[in-house]
Design a protein around this ligand. Structure first.
Ligand SMILES: [Zn+2]
Length: 418
């Protein structure tokens, strides 16, 4: 069905060379969920959305987060492994009730959209029906997403640890089922294969998961080298093999593999990630909240590892990707202060990271950018400060950012939540 074009006008945040953004006034035409035309120049005199003082941004992409942890933000005072046992596994166990799973996922989608996030890479839980409900709920929200049923068969509470063969069969069937969603939803959501992390996966489960990823050509999400205690446990569980090597042995590395954190890596591991084009999802707010460490992102960049950034809700306490982008800069500054070297991203690079940069890393090349042909995931923003007069408008927008500035969030041209 063809819909009437919508005219959106204001100051546009546009892609710029060298992984940056730039600002320019102009007008966007949206038709059938996509940007059909875009012109720089004087703003349109009577747009449907925006206006002379409006800022028009692409929707934000969150490259790593956990839907069932949405109500567990801010449970403080623990490091990763204790926090999982005491705060997170009980919250995930509640997803045995599919109605509860659907309710949390629906609420999470509404909240994330209100914060400007229009695309997510997410985890459900080990529960098959709960994962299915979460996928359907996110699909119905209109978000772009990859979501996986969590796979765990050891080092987890009995009700969250399930046999490898069962989990692999369920993950395969969920990928097939996602392909049966309505065409309008299917185009935006895919099932990913999500072994939680090697601590909670036997070699049998990891190997089966690797075969599944290869056979289905599915994306893969997991965690890598987040805390020192976790890394020591991996060395014990896998006979001293490097953490990255464990995933390499299982066939889990590749250009559609997203590995969250990657803090405590050595040069050989960084080289392996780079040569397989595996993506590290940097989660700076989570790394501070759980006191896991400051990731030296510059060392990953220099090694040629593709980088995305994520909120890691609820290890990360921030739902806004703008504040995650700030935290990325703050982490890079701390790394440079401590080590005497390392690049610090500019605000222009930070804005790109949470929009087209994340989308490109994940393989969503038509998402989260203002460009003809792109999906119309767009934020209409009305800042209440004179940011245009700042000597560094992108820095001012980043650091003075207020979520209340978001006047509306569009997914494929439609205002959400309804
Ligand atoms: Zn995580």
């Amino acid at each position: 069905m063809t819909t009437a074009p919508r005219i959106i006008s204001g100051t546009l945040m546009l892609p710029a060379p060298e992984s940056r953004v730039r600002l320019a006034s102009g007008t966007i035409k949206v038709l059938n969920g996509r940007i059909s035309d875009m012109k720089e120049g004087e703003p349109h005199p009577s747009p449907d959305l925006g206006g002379e003082h409006a800022l028009i941004l692409p929707g934000f992409v969150d490259a790593h987060m956990h839907l069932p942890q949405f109500d567990s933000i801010g449970v403080d005072g623990m490091t990763l492994l204790d926090w999982l046992d005491r705060a997170i596994f009980p919250a995930e166990a509640a997803w045995a009730d599919p109605d509860h799973a659907e309710s949390v996922a629906t609420r999470a989608a509404r909240s994330l959209l209100s914060f400007g996030t229009t695309a997510i890479c997410a985890y459900a839980t080990v529960h098959h029906e709960g994962a299915r409900r979460a996928i359907r709920s996110i699909a119905q929200s209109g978000m772009r997403a990859m979501i996986g049923q969590v796979l765990m068969d050891r080092n987890a509470p009995p009700d969250l640890s399930r046999p490898a063969k069962v989990l692999i069969a369920e993950a395969a069937s969920l990928t097939d089922w996602t392909g049966t969603l309505a065409v309008s939803e299917r185009a935006r959501v895919e099932h990913s294969i999500n072994p939680r992390f090697a601590v909670s996966c036997t070699p049998e489960l990891l190997a089966g998961t690797g075969e599944l990823v290869t056979r289905l050509g599915a994306p893969m999400q997991t965690h890598l080298s987040e805390s020192r205690a976790e890394c020591e446990l991996i060395a014990k569980l896998f006979g001293g093999r490097s953490y990255t090597g464990v995933y390499e042995d299982a066939g889990l590395l590749g250009p559609r593999s997203i590995l969250a954190h990657g803090i405590w890596l050595d040069d050989a591991e960084r080289a392996t990630l780079a040569s397989t084009r595996s993506i590290v999802a940097h989660c700076p707010t989570a790394n501070t909240f759980l006191q896991s460490g400051d990731c030296n992102v510059a060392s990953l960049w220099r090694a040629g590892v593709p980088i995305a950034i994520g909120s890691d809700i609820a290890g990360g306490n921030e739902r806004s990707m703008v504040r995650v982008a700030r935290a990325m800069i703050e982490t890079a500054k701390r790394v440079r202060l401590a080590s005497g070297n390392g690049d610090v991203p500019s605000p222009a690079e930070a804005w790109w990271s949470i929009t087209g940069g994340n989308a490109n890393a994940i393989g969503w090349s038509s998402t989260s950018r203002l460009a003809p042909g792109a999906e119309a995931d767009i934020l209409i923003v009305k800042p209440d400060i004179p940011w245009m007069r700042s000597p560094d408008p992108l820095g001012t927008l980043l650091y003075a950012w207020d979520d209340r500035w978001i006047e509306s969030t569009l997914v494929r041209g439609r205002a959400v939540p309804d």
